[in-house]
Design a protein around this ligand. Structure first.
Ligand SMILES: [Zn+2]
Length: 320
């Protein structure tokens, strides 16, 4: 099962890929009307999906990074229009677009879709923290609607994956410029992340997909304790997302309820945000399956809590 795919994880992920593209093939059929993606009067009344990827089959205009092939793009196309064909019927009017691994550090497609979204989307970019001046790159991208930066251990040992000078510069810049650092990690990277949060208490952090707890089917208390321990840093947040890849990996995802309850008790509703992780959520399952868990099925969430998980937290972090 695929769950995000940064460059260093490609060798492992490639062997695991299985996609059922029927839904998307139908949705992208020629002649389907283009949905309105521009800002409208009701845009801020809808839900926010805090994590989707977008890409285009037009690899002439937007070339893939070295090592990626067109046949690895499954579905072949997942544009912002195609995303909203799934999201709008579920009441989602805004989204956070996450830079796709196919494009490496080339953010051009992300920035073009952000511009086309006319305010309905914010961006999370991926830059090289070993580059010449990562903080300057962050501030440059901020002017184009990027509000967060995805980081992951790459090929570094998880014990000290955050120790480099470039990473420190990114965390300082994020605090100064009100940008978010968005770690894509497994549970074994949590201790180093915790120490980094201790060193940078002013930096907003949004952990993807519960730190992938449950990706192997097991929700270990030790991992959940580590994730919840991170909550003592007041600017840490968790994305409640990627259900298709966690636990039993089948809708309606009720087996995720105890995990969500634990992070809810630790972080509270104002530091949790729901996200789908499209298109991976919808290649074999549905968009409504994802949003439905928070919206319809968890009885420990009051209506006001759902407002935070489905809109207000992401709005505060990525849209204000
Ligand atoms: Zn993702």
């Amino acid at each position: 099962m695929r769950i995000d795919n940064p460059p260093n994880a490609r060798a492992v992920a490639t062997s695991r890929r299985r996609f059922i593209a029927t839904t998307l093939a139908l949705a992208s059929a020629a002649g389907m009307p283009r949905p309105m993606i521009a800002a409208d009067a009701n845009q801020t009344d809808g839900w926010i999906d805090a994590h989707t990827h977008v890409w285009t089959s037009d690899t002439a205009s937007y070339p893939l990074a070295a090592g990626y092939r067109r046949d690895e793009m499954r579905p072949a196309s997942f544009t912002l229009d195609e995303f909203f064909q799934h999201a709008r019927p579920a009441g989602v009017t805004r989204a956070v677009l996450i830079q796709m691994s196919f494009y490496g550090f080339d953010q051009r497609y992300l920035l073009d879709e952000l511009a086309a979204s006319e305010g309905s989307c914010a961006g999370v970019a991926v830059i090289d923290d070993d580059g010449q001046d990562p903080a300057a790159e962050m501030r440059r991208l901020q002017t184009s609607g990027v509000r967060g930066f995805r980081i992951y251990p790459r090929n570094r040992p998880v014990a000290n994956w955050l120790d480099g000078p470039g990473m420190a510069a990114m965390w300082r810049c994020a605090a100064d410029a009100d940008l978010a650092i968005c770690p894509l990690i497994n549970p074994d990277a949590l201790p180093a992340l915790d120490a980094m949060c201790e060193r940078h208490p002013g930096t907003t952090v949004v952990v993807d997909h519960f730190a992938r707890i449950g990706v192997d089917g097991n929700f270990r208390d030790r991992d959940i304790d580590q994730l919840c321990r991170l909550a003592r840093h007041q600017r840490t947040h968790v994305k409640v997302s990627a259900y298709y890849a966690l636990g039993r990996k089948q809708p309606p995802y009720d087996d995720l309820a105890p995990l969500i309850r634990r992070v809810f008790d630790a972080y509270g509703p104002k530091r949790l945000m729901w996200a789908s992780d499209c298109p991976f959520q919808i290649v074999g399952q549905s968009y409504n399956d994802s949003i439905g868990l928070i919206r319809d099925r968890l009885d420990f969430l009051a209506a006001a809590d759902k407002e935070w998980l489905l809109r207000k937290t992401a709005e505060r972090v990525f849209f204000t």
